[in-house]
Design a protein around this ligand. Structure first.
Ligand code: ATP
Ligand code: MG
Length: 415
């Protein structure tokens, strides 16, 4: 190798490989060319490093356990969308290398690699990073961190949900979001609004479960001051507040029969009448409704009006429980830890063992449970690296755990 082939730009490269020899040979080669090289021996460790260091290029082995290279690729691109990734693979597994490029890797190198080829590919990837950074500075693209309504997670189930959501967002079609408690239904509703032409208009939340029928009616539809019902002050009503924007009807199955028919009439007419008034006012509102219940069963058992269900269920979005997308757990945990770090006095990181332990947990409380576990562990742990015991998780015997939910291997087989 002559000096003329030295890369023009040097970068920070994270080399991930469980095999010490391969990792050391790669790292030494790249260090000798002047790059800063970080090393990780697992996908979990790599994610922890990505969360705390500015890495330009991720060089990862595809065949690793428990988290394989494809899963790491997806999680890494979620944390840092402008990161370049080169995968390394044994020469017999080219298909998976090609698959990884389909999923966002920049390039692949077969093992054992030739020094010249490896350096050439690394150089090209770093050049791409530099080009994107320049575009990012000028156009404000390539933001590294998700926005407040960004859905973290790149499992097949979440990708499908995001793609449906993107297709539904531009229209005014009513959306019905279904999913267990804590799966992210409200976040999905906010994401639909944020991706819609109404994004600069209000997003108004109405919790249909929280209050009495009379109070909810006046909150939703409005009420003039001093009517027969004795309102002390006038209410515009949430429909009116949301005019031009989106009204999110959370826990919609909790509406009483009287409010269900009033809602149906309002949706059909596009007009709202305040409590005790007969003159309707026009409103331009997009409706997103959500429920954690099986709404079709509510319809079958005559607790929820069928015509209202059809009216709401124009675009159905189902948010999958976390146990059906175990591969989202590492990146969600990193996401919540970064939030906690931004508030806490001392940044903390996740150990590989902690991530594995989280991936083994069933999460009946879904993403909210994970968020709370990470927040509590970040607040209470004494060391800088969070360990399994910091999460205070109940330990299930392996066999019971395996029979109760998809194993990591099965979850990964669907990746
Ligand atoms: N994909 C995700 N990415 C990032 N944060 C998420 C994601 N899904 C859920 N969260 C976070 O998890 C918490 C629970 O989400 P959310 O309130 O949207 O759930 P929900 O389905 O409405 O729950 P519930 O049925 O209990 O009202 C929130 O803090 C939310 O920001
Ligand atoms: Mg909710």
């Amino acid at each position: 190798m002559n000096d003329a082939s030295l890369p023009a730009n040097r970068g920070c490269i994270l080399v991930v490989d469980a095999q010490r020899n391969t990792r050391a040979i790669t790292a030494n080669l790249l260090r000798a060319r002047g790059h800063t090289v970080l090393e990780a021996l697992s996908g979990e460790q790599a994610l922890a490093t990505l969360a705390k260091s500015e890495v330009h290029l991720l060089l990862t082995r595809l065949q690793m356990r428990p988290m394989d290279g494809l899963t790491l690729l997806k999680c890494a691109l979620e944390v840092a969308p402008s990161l370049q990734v080169i995968v390394t693979t044994a020469s017999g597994s080219i298909e998976s290398a090609v698959e990884s490029m389909r999923r966002g890797a920049f390039d692949y190198v077969t093992l054992p690699f030739k020094e010249g080829e490896m350096l050439h590919r690394v150089e090209r990837a770093l050049e791409q990073t530099r080009r994107q950074a320049t575009i990012g500075q000028h156009a404000g693209k390539f933001s590294e961190r998700p926005g407040p309504s960004a859905l973290v997670g790149r499992s097949p189930a979440m990708r499908e949900l995001t793609s449906l959501l993107q297709r539904a967002a531009p229209s005014d079609a009513t959306v019905l979001v279904q999913g267990e408690s804590g799966t992210g239904k409200e976040l999905v509703a906010r994401a639909v609004h944020a991706a819609s032409p109404r994004k600069n208009k209000p997003f108004v939340l109405a919790n249909c479960a929280a209050v009495s029928e009379a109070q909810l009616e006046s909150e939703l539809f409005g009420q003039p001051r001093g009517t027969r019902t004795g309102a002390a002050r006038a209410r515009r009503g949430l429909f009116k507040e949301a005019d031009g924007g989106t009204l999110f009807l959370d826990e919609v199955t909790e509406l009483t029969p009287a409010l269900q028919s009033r809602l149906l009439r309002t949706l059909q007419d596009g007009e709202v009448r305040r409590v005790g008034e007969s003159t309707p006012q026009r409103v331009d509102v997009r409706i997103i409704a959500a429920t954690h219940r099986d709404i079709e069963q509510e319809v079958r058992e005559k607790r929820f009006r069928q015509d209202l269900f059809y009216c709401l269920n124009v675009v159905p979005l189902r948010v999958p429980p976390l146990r059906e997308r175990v591969e989202d757990i590492p990146v969600l945990a990193e996401h919540f830890l970064q939030r906690a770090n931004a508030r806490g006095p001392r940044p903390k990181r996740l150990s590989g063992a902690a991530v594995e332990c989280l991936m083994d947990h069933g999460f009946p409380g879904n993403v909210r449970e994970l968020e709370n576990l990470v927040r509590r562990a970040a607040a209470l742990a004494e060391g800088d690296e969070l360990q399994p015991e910091d999460f205070l998780l109940p330990r299930l015997p392996p066999r019971r755990a395996a029979s109760k939910r998809p194993t990591k291997r099965r979850a990964r087989a669907s990746v």
